[in-house]
Design a protein around this ligand. Structure first.
Ligand SMILES: Cc1cc2nc3c(=O)[nH]c(=O)nc-3n(C[C@H](O)[C@H](O)[C@H](O)COP(=O)(O)OP(=O)(O)OC[C@H]3O[C@@H](n4cnc5c(N)ncnc54)[C@H](O)[C@@H]3O)c2cc1C
Length: 285
């Protein structure tokens, strides 16, 4: 039997890591335990972070929201701060897996898994989130694109954990959108996903855009060229088509069991075209 250690506080966690330096930490286990079950990972021991309440806290500090790494997806869906202030992230979380997966899975686990298809990642990139990394020596904050160094890879050091994610309240935006295309409507990993935050003037001119795509590159794809192409233009089929071409040129998707690269490239642009409808319906506001 593999040992599973359940520290109840951060101090206890450091002692556990001193005793078992080779142990792997985990939170909900919805990624890690599945990997172990499939024989892809065989850690010497496991340290579960689930009993450390301080890693689950969500709060406001100045103009930012700090989300504890071990906050579950279900918990965040119920959180008024996340729902009201971070609607694109809230929408992304609502589409993860199924209720049992959301009850166990955490935002920190989604970030640390660093999958190109991780649903919380496009909104976090679009909002320029930073991760807070904690070790016995202290904490450091790292912008999320520097934290995730490749598919499944992060710059997390040994005996360091992800303690929280910091997101500046995206006050200036009045359209907050997340959409994922999967192979079915529930329990589907994304084939392509997109987070879009727009500041729209009342007459429909885009003042500012923050865009990010999942599943179309080794890590989340940002397209400053498309953001610049939209700025100052009306939100219409013509301006979005031009921006969508820039996106299709920039992505580097793979073909896999879920979709081929050409399909992903086409859908990445098409998701942008949908923003006219989203704005018309007032859905993203
Ligand atoms: C049936 C099913 C459906 C799913 N559907 C989706 C989906 O639609 N969208 C999606 O994005 N994901 C999906 N997932 C993947 C998974 O549920 C999410 O990525 C979830 O957020 C992982 O969180 P967790 O706490 O369970 O991670 P864990 O499995 O506990 O950990 C994942 C990885 O992160 C590390 N880790 C976790 N927390 C920390 C921390 N605080 N500090 C340092 N390292 C840490 C672990 O060592 C491990 O390597 C699905 C999984 C299943 C089984």
């Amino acid at each position: 039997m593999r040992e599973v250690i359940l520290p109840g506080s951060i101090e206890e966690l450091w002692r556990c890591l001193d005793d078992k330096p080779q142990a792997s930490v985990y939170a909900g286990g919805t990624d890690l335990l599945v990997k172990m079950y499939n024989g892809l990972f065989d850690p010497e021991a496991l340290i579960c972070l689930d009993r450390i309440e301080e890693l689950k806290e969500v709060g406001e500090q100045g103009g930012s929201i700090r989300i504890g790494a071990c906050a579950t997806h279900s918990g965040l869906l119920e959180d008024p701060l996340v729902r009201k202030r971070l609607p694109a992230l809230w929408k992304a979380i609502g589409g993860i897996g199924s209720p049992p997966v959301r009850n166990m899975g955490t935002i920190g686990g989604n970030i640390c898994t660093a999958s190109p298809a991780g649903d919380t990642l496009p909104p976090l990139y679009a909002m320029k989130a930073e991760v807070e990394l904690l070790s016995r020596e202290g904490s450091r904050r790292v912008p999320i694109p520097e934290f995730i160094t490749g598919p499944g890879a992060t710059c997390l050091k040994r005996a360091e954990i992800l303690s929280a994610v910091w997101v500046k309240k995206p006050e200036g935006y009045n359209l907050h959108h997340f959409e994922k295309v999967g192979l079915r409507s529930a329990l589907a990993c994304s084939v392509v996903s997109m987070a879009a935050l727009l500041r729209l003037r009342p007459e429909g001119i885009v003042e500012k855009a923050a865009l990010a795509w999942g599943s179309v590159a080794p890590t989340v794809f940002r397209c400053p060229e498309a953001e610049e192409a939209l700025a100052g233009k009306p939100l219409c089929a013509e301006s979005l088509s031009k921006a969508a071409e820039l996106v299709r040129d920039g992505v580097s998707p793979i073909s896999d069991l879920r979709a081929d690269a050409d399909y992903r490239r086409a859908v990445a642009g098409n998701l942008l075209l949908r923003l006219v409808d989203i704005a018309d319906e007032g859905k993203g506001r």
